[in-house]
Design a binder for this molecule. Structure first.
Ligand SMILES: [Zn+2]
Length: 132
């Protein structure tokens, strides 16, 4: 099964469970709807981020526990506060990357554009564990 198929399958399972919980009266209608929207959004962002990985780099790992990324500020005069903040945090684990930067684009094996906002010039550079 491809990563896309298993992701969609997982979403279907979660939505089924939500509907079940609603039927049993364990959650309110509003709660079910908000959770459903959130689940669909997350899955959508994940599938979108997969689409932005160039074909030839699909097998490199970016989002694993063993992948570490350093946020490089652009220092552009219009750099936003959020980028400034990320630059100060600076170190990100692969598993948190998609959640933190849902609009990211993989450029090459060692570079990711976080696209914090349109025209964000910042980047994420891979660092190896011995450098941490
Ligand atoms: Zn930026």
């Amino acid at each position: 099964m491809s990563i896309r198929e298993s992701t969609v399958k997982r979403l279907a399972l979660r939505l089924k469970r939500l509907a079940g919980a609603r039927r049993l009266g364990n959650i309110s209608k509003a709660e079910m709807e908000s959770q459903r929207t959130q689940q669909i959004k997350q899955t959508w962002n994940f599938l979108e981020s997969l689409r932005r990985i160039p074909e030839e780099l699909r097998f490199a790992t970016y989002f694993g526990l063993g992948d570490w990324w350093m946020f490089q500020k652009s220092y552009h005069p219009n750099m936003c506060r959020l980028c400034d903040f990320y630059g100060d945090v600076s170190l990100f684990n692969g598993k948190d990357l998609r959640g933190t930067f849902p609009h990211l684009t993989v450029v090459d094996e060692d570079t990711i554009e976080p696209n914090v906002h349109p025209y964000c010039g910042c980047s994420l550079s891979r660092i190896v564990e011995s450098q941490i």
